[in-house]
Design a protein around this ligand. Structure first.
Ligand SMILES: [Zn+2]
Length: 332
């Protein structure tokens, strides 16, 4: 898949961009003729963010000291993202690529081939959950096994999460706070002239995320129900952190669940006296509506924040999710 010329460019880039001089070097080597997505903007390092939550984080932590380029357009379901040739070319020159390995196969492959020395993979920075954890039908309770074991559970292949862990880690603000801090350290090391600013904004962002985590913990402490039936299994981290049980209708945002799976979920929903079936912002609510009707529940939107919210930002979207959950689960 990798052409000789791309291999040559990558090797050249790897030779040039080492250690802490990485961002500065990228700024210097942007020969960037007719390319608007080049590695620096007005001398600022460029951070490429693969999906919205990381774009939000990069903008918050990078502030005015970096130029942030997003790979996923608003309103686009990110798992199936295909990169344009211009975006791939941009990766050759960008200073840092923030992504979560396992969310977007196209990004994982492009980073490996074109920016292997400049990847910032959030999944390597936190304790990941195995795919399927937080699932009401499966035993759980162990935590913190990132890569080992559970490979057999990998719903991976069919829906693009080609890793053994659940990649939706941004839905736990406490983990996301760790990512914020580490991004600040990474940028500070790479661009020492602006280190103080990166660290200050990272600390502020981490504090905002920690405050949000506290709101979720308090808001979801006392609820009549703790089962959430969701469209695709994106909410494992939220479920794990706040002691909810996720019942995913489908693991794949695009695929129609089998009749057997639907019957199984309906069974759980009735048993758990679920009053709300959650739909997602970017996925057709049809299946969830059918299921809701069958079990006598209503539907409500829970946002996996895989794309920029129509209004507000990551923080306000998470607060909307909290309000939705409190109503649906009858939390006091
Ligand atoms: Zn997802």
């Amino acid at each position: 898949m990798m052409s000789d010329s791309s291999r040559r460019i990558r090797m050249r880039a790897a030779g040039l961009l080492t250690g802490t001089a990485l961002l500065a070097a990228t700024a210097a080597c942007g020969s960037g003729a007719a390319d608007s997505t080049g590695g620096s903007a007005g001398g600022r390092p460029e951070v490429t963010a693969a999906l919205y939550p990381l774009q939000w984080l990069a903008e918050r932590v990078g502030g005015g000291d970096v130029a942030v380029v997003g790979l996923t357009e608003p309103g686009v379901e990110p798992h199936d993202l295909e990169l344009t040739p211009a975006q791939v070319a941009g990766l050759e020159k960008t200073s840092l690529v923030a992504y979560v390995k396992g969310v977007q196969p196209a990004v994982d492959e492009a980073v490996e081939q074109h920016a292997a020395d400049r990847g910032f993979d959030a999944a390597t920075l936190v304790t990941t959950l195995a795919a399927g954890e937080g699932h009401a039908e499966e035993g759980h309770g162990e935590e913190g096994h990132a890569e080992e074991g559970h490979a057999e559970e990998g719903h991976g292949d069919e829906h693009g999460h080609e890793v053994s862990y659940d990649p939706h880690l941004w839905l736990d603000p406490s983990r996301f706070a760790t990512v914020a801090t580490r991004l600040g350290e990474k940028l500070a090391a790479a661009d020492p002239a602006h280190a103080a600013g990166y660290r200050e904004r990272a600390a502020k962002t981490a504090a905002d995320l920690t405050a949000l985590d506290g709101e979720l913990t308090r808001g979801l402490a006392n609820c009549a129900s703790r089962s959430i039936v969701t469209g695709h299994e994106a909410f494992g981290y939220l479920a794990d952190r706040y002691r909810l049980q996720q019942v995913g209708i489908s693991v794949d945002p695009d695929a129609e669940p089998s009749p057997a799976r639907l019957a199984e979920v309906a069974e759980v929903a009735k048993r758990e006296k679920v009053t709300t079936i959650f739909t997602e912002t970017l996925v057709s609510p049809k299946v969830a509506e059918v299921l809701a009707q069958e079990v006598g529940a209503t539907t409500a939107v829970l946002d996996p924040i895989e794309s920029r919210p129509a209004e507000g930002d990551y923080l306000s979207a998470m607060r909307r999710n909290l309000a939705t959950l409190k109503t649906a689960l009858s939390c006091s």
